[in-house]
Design a protein around this ligand. Structure first.
Ligand code: ATP
Length: 395
């Protein structure tokens, strides 16, 4: 939505020198220890003690560096000269292409290049559902600024990114910012803050925002022999821009959305008036895969209900369901997180109105057919995350 950010879609396999310049060939490693007894391999920095997590053996090797990049060979010959890497992050091509993109998009510093796409890491211990996997999706942006302005932009992007997660309807007490200590900073960063979420398995990183200085452009300039400096028209000076990088995981964001939204409540069923359990996903209308469910009260009303659902399709993510008791249909939509359901009933033909039922409060409003779209938009804009009535996904 910003005027000062442009997108790109770069290749996944890139020239090995790109990863040499970025520091990945030499530094993108985890320290691994092997258990001589069970032959298991573990990340030394994630172990609480000097014991094998499988069985507690103390017969462990010294930590060895293990590079996380997936290697492949380009062309018909598999030798050292044809080695290439799958990108372990999406950001390097944004540095390599910085100059072309800046010229073509006619942007002036400060501006950003953003990319969403697959990244690959040979993680030794993938775990916690989709939290850590070997093939995942990243959203990254390199925001290029004039040297001297970087701290200001760093603070700006940390706040923007934190607000973005809150805007997805996540409970605010489950989100926090965690600045990196000096000993934690990556080799390229002079400042970094993580956005963290409290998963059932503890506080974990969703995104890192780093002040990378001029490290990357300077490195690529050196390894490629191409000038990557920027000419500032107004000040009549050349400089290598500094970079602020927000780097986020799509899979982790999705896992957070699911974990945060889940609850099991005790309710009185609208139809049978019996007490029962209701599984509810408190998803924000922004992210709910279905925003509006449309039901005919009886199959006989299928035609007008389908007509309404089709009319709403161009504006909302909709779903039509006519099977089973209406209470069951509401329950199914609660379980997938559909915030609003519309029921067409026997009165609809005469009063030209339908019922809109709210997932979170289970309240129902009668709304004129020609006002449905407007009312839905208002309700979506006013949506707020209500507290869980059950225990949610407790730790
Ligand atoms: P971690 O310390 O958890 O391994 P990282 O600090 O190495 O993560 P970055 O290199 O900063 O991660 O990558 C940016 C983002 O990409 C992370 O905040 C995370 O959301 C996502 N990410 C990184 N590795 C993985 C993975 N193996 N599976 C899923 N998402 C990942």
């Amino acid at each position: 939505m910003r005027d000062d950010v442009v997108g790109q879609d770069s290749s996944i396999i890139s020239h090995p020198t790109v990863w040499k310049a970025s520091g990945h060939v030499d530094h993108f490693t985890d320290p691994m220890v092997d258990c001589k007894k069970c032959k298991g391999r573990w990340r030394a920095d994630q172990m609480d003690s000097k014991e094998c997590p499988h069985g507690g053996s103390h017969e462990l090797t010294e930590p060895q560096k293990f590079n996380l990049m997936f290697r492949t060979f380009v062309g018909a010959v598999e030798d050292a000269a044809s080695v290439a890497y799958l990108r372990p992050e999406t950001c390097q091509p944004m540095f390599v292409n910085f100059k072309q993109i800046q010229l073509v998009s006619r942007q002036k510093v400060p501006f950003g290049i953003a990319q969403i796409g697959k990244a690959f890491r040979n993680e030794v211990n993938p775990r916690n559902f989709i939290f850590r996997s070997r093939e995942f999706e990243q959203m990254e942006m390199e925001f290029f600024v004039k040297p001297g302005d970087a701290k200001k932009w760093f603070d700006f992007w940390v706040q923007q990114r934190f607000d973005w997660y809150k805007g997805l309807g996540i409970r605010p007490d489950k989100l926090r910012l965690r600045p990196h200590g000096k000993d934690e900073l990556a080799h390229y960063a002079s400042m970094a803050v993580d956005v963290e979420y409290e998963f059932p398995f503890g506080w974990q990183e969703l995104e890192g925002i780093a002040h990378r200085g001029a490290f990357d452009l300077t490195q690529h300039q050196q390894f490629s022999g191409k000038d990557l400096s920027y000419f500032d028209d107004a000040a009549k000076e050349h400089f290598v821009p500094e970079v602020i990088e927000p780097s986020a995981g799509v899979d982790r964001t999705l896992l957070m959305l699911l974990v945060d939204a889940y609850d099991v409540e005790q309710i009185v069923d609208e139809e049978s008036k019996k007490s029962e359990e209701r599984v509810i996903m408190h998803l924000s209308p922004i992210v709910a895969p279905i925003q509006v469910g449309v039901f005919p009260l009886s199959k006989k009303l299928g035609e007008p209900a389908q007509k309404l659902e089709k009319a709403l399709r161009s504006e909302f993510r909709t779903f039509y369901d006519e099977s089973g008791a209406i209470g069951r249909r509401y329950r199914r939509q609660d379980e997938v997180g559909t915030p609003f359901c519309i029921t067409v009933d026997f009165q609809t033909e005469t009063d030209r109105a339908v019922t809109i039922r709210d997932r979170d409060t289970m309240s129902q409003d009668r709304v004129a057919l020609d006002q449905v779209s407007r009312v839905l938009k208002e309700k979506m804009a006013a949506w707020q995350r209500l507290p869980n009535k059950g225990t949610g996904l407790a730790a």
